[in-house]
Design a protein around this ligand. Structure first.
Ligand code: NAD
Length: 443
Protein backbone atom coordinates (compact mmCIF):
# COMPACT_ATOMS: atom_id res chain seq x y z
CA UNK A 1 0.00 0.00 0.00
CA UNK A 2 1.39 3.41 -0.99
CA UNK A 3 2.73 5.64 1.76
CA UNK A 4 1.36 8.96 0.49
CA UNK A 5 2.89 10.96 3.32
CA UNK A 6 6.39 9.67 2.45
CA UNK A 7 5.90 10.83 -1.13
CA UNK A 8 4.49 14.21 -0.04
CA UNK A 9 7.33 14.79 2.46
CA UNK A 10 9.79 14.23 -0.39
CA UNK A 11 8.41 17.17 -2.42
CA UNK A 12 9.65 20.76 -1.92
CA UNK A 13 6.34 22.04 -0.40
CA UNK A 14 6.09 18.84 1.65
CA UNK A 15 9.54 19.42 3.12
CA UNK A 16 8.72 23.02 4.08
CA UNK A 17 5.32 22.14 5.56
CA UNK A 18 6.48 19.10 7.50
CA UNK A 19 9.40 21.10 8.98
CA UNK A 20 7.12 24.02 9.95
CA UNK A 21 4.58 21.72 11.59
CA UNK A 22 7.24 19.62 13.31
CA UNK A 23 6.06 16.47 11.51
CA UNK A 24 8.34 13.50 10.71
CA UNK A 25 10.54 13.99 7.66
CA UNK A 26 11.18 10.55 6.24
CA UNK A 27 13.77 10.44 3.46
CA UNK A 28 13.61 8.24 0.38
CA UNK A 29 15.89 5.30 1.23
CA UNK A 30 18.81 4.32 -1.01
CA UNK A 31 18.04 0.71 -1.97
CA UNK A 32 19.91 -1.87 -4.01
CA UNK A 33 19.40 -2.06 -7.76
CA UNK A 34 21.51 -3.71 -10.48
CA UNK A 35 22.62 -0.19 -11.46
CA UNK A 36 23.52 0.69 -7.86
CA UNK A 37 25.01 -2.42 -6.23
CA UNK A 38 26.95 -0.34 -3.71
CA UNK A 39 26.83 3.21 -2.43
CA UNK A 40 28.19 5.89 -4.68
CA UNK A 41 30.97 7.77 -2.93
CA UNK A 42 33.81 7.01 -0.56
CA UNK A 43 34.09 4.50 2.23
CA UNK A 44 35.89 6.36 5.00
CA UNK A 45 37.97 4.00 7.16
CA UNK A 46 38.62 5.45 10.62
CA UNK A 47 40.33 3.88 13.60
CA UNK A 48 39.81 4.47 17.30
CA UNK A 49 43.17 3.51 18.82
CA UNK A 50 44.26 0.99 19.83
CA UNK A 51 43.12 -1.40 17.09
CA UNK A 52 43.65 -5.15 17.06
CA UNK A 53 42.41 -5.64 13.48
CA UNK A 54 43.66 -2.58 11.57
CA UNK A 55 45.57 -4.34 8.79
CA UNK A 56 42.96 -7.09 8.42
CA UNK A 57 40.21 -4.50 7.96
CA UNK A 58 42.41 -2.49 5.59
CA UNK A 59 42.69 -5.63 3.44
CA UNK A 60 39.00 -6.50 3.68
CA UNK A 61 37.23 -3.16 3.17
CA UNK A 62 38.02 -2.76 -0.56
CA UNK A 63 36.09 -6.04 -1.03
CA UNK A 64 32.89 -4.02 -0.42
CA UNK A 65 33.35 -2.62 -3.94
CA UNK A 66 33.79 0.92 -2.64
CA UNK A 67 36.76 3.28 -2.81
CA UNK A 68 38.36 3.18 0.65
CA UNK A 69 39.86 6.47 1.85
CA UNK A 70 41.25 7.84 5.12
CA UNK A 71 39.74 11.31 4.64
CA UNK A 72 36.62 12.45 2.79
CA UNK A 73 34.47 15.58 2.70
CA UNK A 74 31.25 13.61 2.08
CA UNK A 75 31.65 9.87 2.68
CA UNK A 76 28.81 7.53 1.74
CA UNK A 77 29.94 4.98 4.31
CA UNK A 78 32.02 5.39 7.46
CA UNK A 79 33.60 2.32 9.05
CA UNK A 80 35.05 2.92 12.50
CA UNK A 81 37.47 0.28 13.75
CA UNK A 82 36.88 -0.02 17.51
CA UNK A 83 38.22 -3.56 17.81
CA UNK A 84 40.94 -2.85 20.35
CA UNK A 85 39.00 -0.69 22.80
CA UNK A 86 39.39 -2.24 26.24
CA UNK A 87 39.42 0.52 28.90
CA UNK A 88 36.90 3.28 29.47
CA UNK A 89 39.35 6.00 28.40
CA UNK A 90 39.58 4.32 24.96
CA UNK A 91 35.97 5.34 24.25
CA UNK A 92 37.18 8.93 23.83
CA UNK A 93 38.59 7.73 20.51
CA UNK A 94 35.07 6.94 19.25
CA UNK A 95 33.91 10.44 20.05
CA UNK A 96 37.06 11.99 18.55
CA UNK A 97 36.82 9.98 15.31
CA UNK A 98 33.12 10.31 14.56
CA UNK A 99 32.15 13.74 15.89
CA UNK A 100 33.84 15.67 13.06
CA UNK A 101 32.44 13.48 10.27
CA UNK A 102 28.96 12.55 11.42
CA UNK A 103 27.27 15.51 9.70
CA UNK A 104 29.15 14.93 6.47
CA UNK A 105 27.82 11.40 5.81
CA UNK A 106 25.73 11.46 2.64
CA UNK A 107 21.95 11.06 2.91
CA UNK A 108 21.12 7.36 2.84
CA UNK A 109 24.68 6.56 3.96
CA UNK A 110 25.98 4.18 6.61
CA UNK A 111 28.00 4.33 9.82
CA UNK A 112 29.39 0.94 10.77
CA UNK A 113 31.28 0.52 14.03
CA UNK A 114 33.37 -2.64 14.16
CA UNK A 115 34.01 -4.05 17.61
CA UNK A 116 34.77 -7.48 19.03
CA UNK A 117 32.92 -9.99 21.18
CA UNK A 118 32.82 -8.73 24.80
CA UNK A 119 35.31 -10.71 26.88
CA UNK A 120 34.22 -13.24 29.51
CA UNK A 121 37.43 -12.66 31.46
CA UNK A 122 38.02 -8.90 31.27
CA UNK A 123 35.05 -6.99 32.70
CA UNK A 124 36.30 -3.58 31.64
CA UNK A 125 36.84 -4.70 28.04
CA UNK A 126 33.34 -6.23 28.11
CA UNK A 127 31.85 -3.00 29.45
CA UNK A 128 33.60 -0.94 26.79
CA UNK A 129 32.54 -3.23 23.94
CA UNK A 130 28.96 -3.16 25.27
CA UNK A 131 29.18 0.63 25.45
CA UNK A 132 29.57 0.62 21.67
CA UNK A 133 26.07 -0.89 21.33
CA UNK A 134 24.46 1.95 23.29
CA UNK A 135 26.49 4.44 21.30
CA UNK A 136 25.43 3.01 17.94
CA UNK A 137 21.75 2.73 18.87
CA UNK A 138 21.73 6.37 19.94
CA UNK A 139 23.67 7.57 16.92
CA UNK A 140 21.20 5.70 14.68
CA UNK A 141 18.43 7.78 16.23
CA UNK A 142 20.31 11.03 15.57
CA UNK A 143 21.50 10.50 11.99
CA UNK A 144 18.31 11.23 9.99
CA UNK A 145 18.04 11.58 6.19
CA UNK A 146 17.84 7.82 5.70
CA UNK A 147 21.28 7.24 7.22
CA UNK A 148 21.77 4.21 9.42
CA UNK A 149 24.27 2.96 12.03
CA UNK A 150 25.13 -0.58 13.16
CA UNK A 151 27.65 -2.39 15.30
CA UNK A 152 29.41 -5.44 13.89
CA UNK A 153 31.19 -7.54 16.50
CA UNK A 154 33.99 -9.76 15.27
CA UNK A 155 35.18 -12.91 16.94
CA UNK A 156 38.30 -11.59 18.74
CA UNK A 157 41.47 -11.95 16.74
CA UNK A 158 40.00 -12.56 13.28
CA UNK A 159 38.01 -11.04 10.44
CA UNK A 160 37.54 -14.50 8.91
CA UNK A 161 33.96 -14.99 7.79
CA UNK A 162 33.19 -11.27 8.01
CA UNK A 163 33.15 -10.45 4.31
CA UNK A 164 29.52 -11.21 3.42
CA UNK A 165 28.34 -9.28 6.49
CA UNK A 166 30.61 -6.29 5.83
CA UNK A 167 29.39 -6.18 2.25
CA UNK A 168 25.75 -6.35 3.34
CA UNK A 169 25.92 -3.79 6.13
CA UNK A 170 27.79 -1.24 4.02
CA UNK A 171 25.54 -1.70 0.96
CA UNK A 172 22.13 -0.36 -0.12
CA UNK A 173 20.78 -3.86 0.60
CA UNK A 174 20.57 -3.04 4.32
CA UNK A 175 18.55 0.18 3.81
CA UNK A 176 15.87 -0.57 6.43
CA UNK A 177 18.15 -1.96 9.14
CA UNK A 178 19.37 0.47 11.75
CA UNK A 179 20.67 0.46 15.32
CA UNK A 180 21.45 -3.28 15.19
CA UNK A 181 24.24 -5.33 16.70
CA UNK A 182 25.46 -8.31 14.67
CA UNK A 183 27.76 -10.77 16.42
CA UNK A 184 29.93 -13.04 14.29
CA UNK A 185 30.68 -16.48 15.63
CA UNK A 186 33.41 -19.03 15.09
CA UNK A 187 34.36 -19.68 11.50
CA UNK A 188 36.06 -22.78 10.19
CA UNK A 189 38.57 -21.98 7.47
CA UNK A 190 37.31 -23.49 4.22
CA UNK A 191 33.62 -23.31 5.16
CA UNK A 192 31.61 -20.62 3.47
CA UNK A 193 33.63 -20.48 0.26
CA UNK A 194 31.98 -18.21 -2.32
CA UNK A 195 32.67 -18.98 -5.97
CA UNK A 196 30.75 -16.06 -7.47
CA UNK A 197 29.82 -13.08 -5.33
CA UNK A 198 27.24 -11.84 -7.83
CA UNK A 199 25.42 -15.21 -7.84
CA UNK A 200 26.34 -16.64 -4.45
CA UNK A 201 23.48 -19.15 -4.45
CA UNK A 202 24.14 -20.59 -7.92
CA UNK A 203 23.60 -24.33 -7.77
CA UNK A 204 21.72 -24.06 -4.45
CA UNK A 205 18.08 -24.93 -3.83
CA UNK A 206 16.01 -22.78 -1.49
CA UNK A 207 12.53 -23.43 -0.12
CA UNK A 208 10.44 -20.41 0.88
CA UNK A 209 7.18 -20.88 2.78
CA UNK A 210 4.37 -18.36 2.31
CA UNK A 211 5.85 -17.47 -1.09
CA UNK A 212 2.60 -16.62 -2.90
CA UNK A 213 2.70 -12.95 -1.97
CA UNK A 214 4.13 -10.25 0.30
CA UNK A 215 7.48 -10.79 1.94
CA UNK A 216 7.68 -14.45 0.87
CA UNK A 217 7.32 -13.58 -2.83
CA UNK A 218 10.05 -10.95 -2.43
CA UNK A 219 12.33 -13.48 -0.72
CA UNK A 220 11.80 -15.94 -3.58
CA UNK A 221 12.66 -13.21 -6.10
CA UNK A 222 15.81 -12.13 -4.26
CA UNK A 223 17.12 -15.64 -3.70
CA UNK A 224 16.53 -16.37 -7.41
CA UNK A 225 18.41 -13.17 -8.29
CA UNK A 226 21.30 -14.57 -6.25
CA UNK A 227 21.24 -17.75 -8.32
CA UNK A 228 19.09 -20.12 -6.24
CA UNK A 229 16.57 -22.52 -7.67
CA UNK A 230 13.54 -21.69 -5.52
CA UNK A 231 10.79 -24.02 -4.35
CA UNK A 232 7.81 -21.78 -3.56
CA UNK A 233 5.40 -23.16 -0.95
CA UNK A 234 2.04 -21.77 0.11
CA UNK A 235 -1.45 -22.99 1.05
CA UNK A 236 -3.45 -24.68 -1.76
CA UNK A 237 -5.99 -21.80 -1.65
CA UNK A 238 -3.19 -19.48 -2.85
CA UNK A 239 -2.16 -21.84 -5.68
CA UNK A 240 -2.69 -19.28 -8.46
CA UNK A 241 -0.55 -16.58 -6.89
CA UNK A 242 1.96 -19.23 -5.88
CA UNK A 243 2.30 -20.48 -9.44
CA UNK A 244 2.76 -16.89 -10.63
CA UNK A 245 5.65 -16.38 -8.18
CA UNK A 246 7.22 -19.71 -9.13
CA UNK A 247 7.07 -18.94 -12.85
CA UNK A 248 8.46 -15.43 -12.30
CA UNK A 249 11.49 -16.73 -10.39
CA UNK A 250 12.01 -19.77 -12.64
CA UNK A 251 11.37 -22.13 -9.72
CA UNK A 252 8.74 -24.71 -8.81
CA UNK A 253 5.58 -24.46 -6.72
CA UNK A 254 4.49 -26.67 -3.86
CA UNK A 255 0.89 -26.00 -2.75
CA UNK A 256 0.91 -27.26 0.83
CA UNK A 257 -0.33 -26.18 4.23
CA UNK A 258 2.86 -26.04 6.27
CA UNK A 259 0.96 -27.17 9.37
CA UNK A 260 0.09 -30.52 7.75
CA UNK A 261 1.47 -33.37 9.87
CA UNK A 262 3.34 -34.76 6.85
CA UNK A 263 4.64 -31.38 5.62
CA UNK A 264 8.33 -32.33 5.95
CA UNK A 265 7.82 -35.57 4.00
CA UNK A 266 5.93 -33.70 1.27
CA UNK A 267 8.77 -31.19 1.01
CA UNK A 268 11.33 -34.00 0.80
CA UNK A 269 9.29 -35.73 -1.93
CA UNK A 270 9.00 -32.51 -3.93
CA UNK A 271 12.71 -31.77 -3.63
CA UNK A 272 13.52 -35.34 -4.66
CA UNK A 273 11.60 -34.87 -7.92
CA UNK A 274 13.26 -31.53 -8.71
CA UNK A 275 16.83 -30.74 -7.63
CA UNK A 276 17.35 -33.51 -5.07
CA UNK A 277 19.00 -31.27 -2.47
CA UNK A 278 17.91 -28.50 -0.14
CA UNK A 279 20.43 -25.86 0.90
CA UNK A 280 18.28 -23.03 2.21
CA UNK A 281 15.05 -23.22 4.22
CA UNK A 282 13.16 -19.98 4.78
CA UNK A 283 10.24 -20.12 7.23
CA UNK A 284 8.23 -17.10 6.19
CA UNK A 285 4.58 -18.27 6.27
CA UNK A 286 2.70 -16.46 8.99
CA UNK A 287 -0.76 -15.37 10.05
CA UNK A 288 -2.28 -12.96 12.56
CA UNK A 289 -5.56 -13.32 14.45
CA UNK A 290 -5.43 -10.21 16.62
CA UNK A 291 -7.66 -9.93 19.70
CA UNK A 292 -7.02 -9.03 23.30
CA UNK A 293 -6.47 -12.11 25.42
CA UNK A 294 -9.82 -11.74 27.17
CA UNK A 295 -11.61 -12.05 23.80
CA UNK A 296 -9.32 -14.53 22.14
CA UNK A 297 -10.97 -17.72 20.92
CA UNK A 298 -9.17 -21.07 21.15
CA UNK A 299 -8.88 -21.19 17.38
CA UNK A 300 -7.24 -17.74 17.21
CA UNK A 301 -4.64 -18.92 19.68
CA UNK A 302 -3.97 -22.38 18.29
CA UNK A 303 -3.85 -21.47 14.59
CA UNK A 304 -1.39 -18.61 15.14
CA UNK A 305 0.83 -20.73 17.38
CA UNK A 306 0.76 -23.63 14.92
CA UNK A 307 1.48 -21.71 11.69
CA UNK A 308 4.00 -19.27 13.15
CA UNK A 309 5.87 -21.52 15.58
CA UNK A 310 4.76 -25.16 15.73
CA UNK A 311 5.31 -25.79 12.02
CA UNK A 312 8.70 -24.07 12.19
CA UNK A 313 9.85 -26.34 15.02
CA UNK A 314 8.51 -29.50 13.36
CA UNK A 315 9.74 -28.98 9.81
CA UNK A 316 13.17 -27.73 10.89
CA UNK A 317 13.74 -30.73 13.12
CA UNK A 318 12.38 -33.23 10.60
CA UNK A 319 14.40 -31.86 7.67
CA UNK A 320 17.62 -31.76 9.68
CA UNK A 321 17.02 -35.23 11.10
CA UNK A 322 16.32 -36.70 7.67
CA UNK A 323 19.60 -35.22 6.41
CA UNK A 324 17.89 -33.18 3.69
CA UNK A 325 19.42 -30.11 5.34
CA UNK A 326 23.08 -30.96 5.75
CA UNK A 327 26.48 -29.32 6.04
CA UNK A 328 26.50 -25.77 4.69
CA UNK A 329 22.70 -25.45 4.91
CA UNK A 330 21.11 -22.16 5.95
CA UNK A 331 17.87 -21.89 7.90
CA UNK A 332 16.17 -18.52 8.25
CA UNK A 333 12.98 -18.12 10.29
CA UNK A 334 10.71 -15.11 10.60
CA UNK A 335 10.17 -13.53 13.97
CA UNK A 336 8.70 -10.05 14.44
CA UNK A 337 9.42 -6.88 16.36
CA UNK A 338 5.94 -7.33 17.86
CA UNK A 339 7.18 -10.64 19.24
CA UNK A 340 10.33 -9.17 20.74
CA UNK A 341 8.67 -6.09 22.23
CA UNK A 342 5.12 -7.31 22.90
CA UNK A 343 2.02 -5.74 21.42
CA UNK A 344 -1.49 -5.32 22.82
CA UNK A 345 -3.94 -7.52 20.91
CA UNK A 346 -1.19 -9.90 19.80
CA UNK A 347 -0.50 -12.22 22.75
CA UNK A 348 -0.80 -15.22 20.40
CA UNK A 349 1.32 -13.75 17.61
CA UNK A 350 3.96 -12.30 19.95
CA UNK A 351 4.25 -15.58 21.84
CA UNK A 352 4.84 -17.43 18.57
CA UNK A 353 7.32 -14.88 17.20
CA UNK A 354 9.29 -14.69 20.47
CA UNK A 355 9.33 -18.48 20.33
CA UNK A 356 10.92 -18.30 16.88
CA UNK A 357 13.68 -16.05 18.23
CA UNK A 358 14.26 -18.45 21.09
CA UNK A 359 14.29 -21.42 18.74
CA UNK A 360 17.07 -20.11 16.51
CA UNK A 361 19.18 -19.16 19.52
CA UNK A 362 18.70 -22.62 21.02
CA UNK A 363 19.38 -24.50 17.78
CA UNK A 364 22.39 -22.48 16.63
CA UNK A 365 25.21 -24.02 18.70
CA UNK A 366 24.18 -27.61 17.98
CA UNK A 367 23.54 -27.11 14.27
CA UNK A 368 26.64 -24.92 13.98
CA UNK A 369 28.71 -27.97 14.87
CA UNK A 370 27.39 -29.56 11.64
CA UNK A 371 28.09 -26.45 9.55
CA UNK A 372 24.41 -25.43 9.47
CA UNK A 373 23.42 -21.89 10.44
CA UNK A 374 20.03 -20.89 11.81
CA UNK A 375 19.03 -17.25 12.17
CA UNK A 376 15.88 -15.16 12.29
CA UNK A 377 14.73 -11.91 10.77
CA UNK A 378 12.42 -9.77 12.87
CA UNK A 379 10.55 -7.38 10.57
CA UNK A 380 9.01 -4.21 11.94
CA UNK A 381 6.32 -2.45 9.92
CA UNK A 382 6.60 -3.77 6.35
CA UNK A 383 4.22 -2.64 3.59
CA UNK A 384 2.27 -5.81 2.75
CA UNK A 385 -1.30 -7.06 2.74
CA UNK A 386 -0.84 -8.03 6.40
CA UNK A 387 -0.18 -4.42 7.43
CA UNK A 388 -2.67 -2.98 4.91
CA UNK A 389 -5.34 -4.68 7.04
CA UNK A 390 -4.28 -2.65 10.11
CA UNK A 391 -6.69 0.23 10.96
CA UNK A 392 -5.63 3.57 9.37
CA UNK A 393 -4.43 5.45 12.45
CA UNK A 394 -2.48 2.51 13.85
CA UNK A 395 -1.03 1.95 10.38
CA UNK A 396 0.17 5.55 10.18
CA UNK A 397 1.70 5.30 13.65
CA UNK A 398 3.36 1.99 12.74
CA UNK A 399 4.98 3.59 9.72
CA UNK A 400 6.34 6.64 11.53
CA UNK A 401 7.42 5.15 14.87
CA UNK A 402 10.95 4.27 13.84
CA UNK A 403 14.18 6.16 13.18
CA UNK A 404 13.63 6.20 9.41
CA UNK A 405 10.03 7.50 9.72
CA UNK A 406 8.56 5.01 7.23
CA UNK A 407 7.56 1.42 6.73
CA UNK A 408 9.96 -1.02 5.11
CA UNK A 409 9.39 -2.88 1.85
CA UNK A 410 9.25 -6.66 1.42
CA UNK A 411 12.58 -6.33 -0.44
CA UNK A 412 14.25 -5.06 2.75
CA UNK A 413 13.42 -8.30 4.56
CA UNK A 414 14.30 -10.31 1.45
CA UNK A 415 17.79 -8.77 1.23
CA UNK A 416 18.39 -9.63 4.88
CA UNK A 417 17.30 -13.22 4.29
CA UNK A 418 19.62 -13.37 1.26
CA UNK A 419 22.56 -12.25 3.42
CA UNK A 420 21.76 -14.89 6.05
CA UNK A 421 21.32 -17.55 3.33
CA UNK A 422 24.63 -16.59 1.71
CA UNK A 423 27.26 -19.34 1.65
CA UNK A 424 29.74 -16.73 2.91
CA UNK A 425 27.66 -16.11 6.06
CA UNK A 426 28.86 -19.25 7.85
CA UNK A 427 29.98 -17.11 10.82
CA UNK A 428 26.48 -15.64 11.31
CA UNK A 429 24.58 -18.07 13.51
CA UNK A 430 21.89 -17.72 16.16
CA UNK A 431 21.25 -14.06 15.34
CA UNK A 432 17.87 -12.33 15.41
CA UNK A 433 18.18 -9.39 13.06
CA UNK A 434 15.53 -6.67 13.24
CA UNK A 435 14.52 -5.21 9.89
CA UNK A 436 12.53 -2.36 11.31
CA UNK A 437 14.21 0.99 10.66
CA UNK A 438 15.00 0.95 14.40
CA UNK A 439 11.38 0.69 15.50
CA UNK A 440 10.57 2.39 18.76
CA UNK A 441 8.90 -0.86 19.86
CA UNK A 442 11.31 -2.68 22.16
CA UNK A 443 15.10 -2.41 22.27
P1 NAD B 1 1.15 -12.06 4.07
O1 NAD B 1 -0.11 -12.33 4.81
O2 NAD B 1 1.12 -11.05 2.97
O3 NAD B 1 1.77 -13.41 3.49
C1 NAD B 1 1.87 -14.57 4.27
C2 NAD B 1 1.84 -15.78 3.36
O4 NAD B 1 1.91 -16.95 4.19
C3 NAD B 1 0.54 -15.86 2.57
O5 NAD B 1 0.81 -16.07 1.20
C4 NAD B 1 -0.18 -17.03 3.20
O6 NAD B 1 -1.03 -17.73 2.32
C5 NAD B 1 0.99 -17.88 3.68
N1 NAD B 1 0.57 -18.82 4.69
C6 NAD B 1 -0.22 -18.60 5.77
N2 NAD B 1 -0.45 -19.74 6.43
C7 NAD B 1 0.19 -20.72 5.77
C8 NAD B 1 0.31 -22.11 5.97
N3 NAD B 1 -0.31 -22.72 6.97
N4 NAD B 1 1.05 -22.82 5.08
C9 NAD B 1 1.66 -22.22 4.05
N5 NAD B 1 1.58 -20.90 3.82
C10 NAD B 1 0.85 -20.14 4.66
O7 NAD B 1 2.21 -11.66 5.19
P2 NAD B 1 3.60 -10.90 5.09
O8 NAD B 1 3.37 -9.52 5.58
O9 NAD B 1 4.23 -11.11 3.77
O10 NAD B 1 4.40 -11.66 6.24
C11 NAD B 1 5.36 -12.66 5.99
C12 NAD B 1 6.00 -13.06 7.31
O11 NAD B 1 6.60 -11.91 7.92
C13 NAD B 1 5.01 -13.62 8.34
O12 NAD B 1 5.63 -14.64 9.08
C14 NAD B 1 4.74 -12.42 9.22
O13 NAD B 1 4.32 -12.81 10.51
C15 NAD B 1 6.09 -11.76 9.24
N6 NAD B 1 6.06 -10.33 9.59
C16 NAD B 1 5.45 -9.43 8.78
C17 NAD B 1 5.46 -8.09 9.14
C18 NAD B 1 4.83 -7.02 8.29
O14 NAD B 1 4.88 -5.85 8.68
N7 NAD B 1 4.27 -7.32 7.14
C19 NAD B 1 6.06 -7.69 10.34
C20 NAD B 1 6.65 -8.65 11.14
C21 NAD B 1 6.67 -9.97 10.75
Amino acid sequence: MADRYLRFAGTAPGRVLSRRLGLPQPAELVRWSPERPFHEGDLLHLTAEPSTHEQALRDLLPRTGMKVVSASAAPAVVVLDATGLAVVEDLAGVHAALRPVVRTVRPGGRVLVVGVRPSQYDPEQAAVQHALAGFVRSLAKELGQGRTAQLLRLEAGTVAGAESTLRFLTSPKSAYISGQVVQLGPFTEGSGAVADWSHPLAGHTALVTGAARGIGAAIATTLARDGARVVCLDVPQAAQDLERTAVRVGGSSLPLDITAPDAAERIAEHVATTTGTLDVLVHNAGITRDRRLANMRDVDWSSVLDVNLGSVVRTTQALVKSGLLGEGARIVATSSVAGLAGNAGQTNYAAAKAGVAGLVQALAPGLGAYGITVNAVAPGFIETRMTAAVPLLIRQAGRRMNSLGQGGLPEDVAETVAWLAHPGSAAVNGQVVRVCGQSLLGA
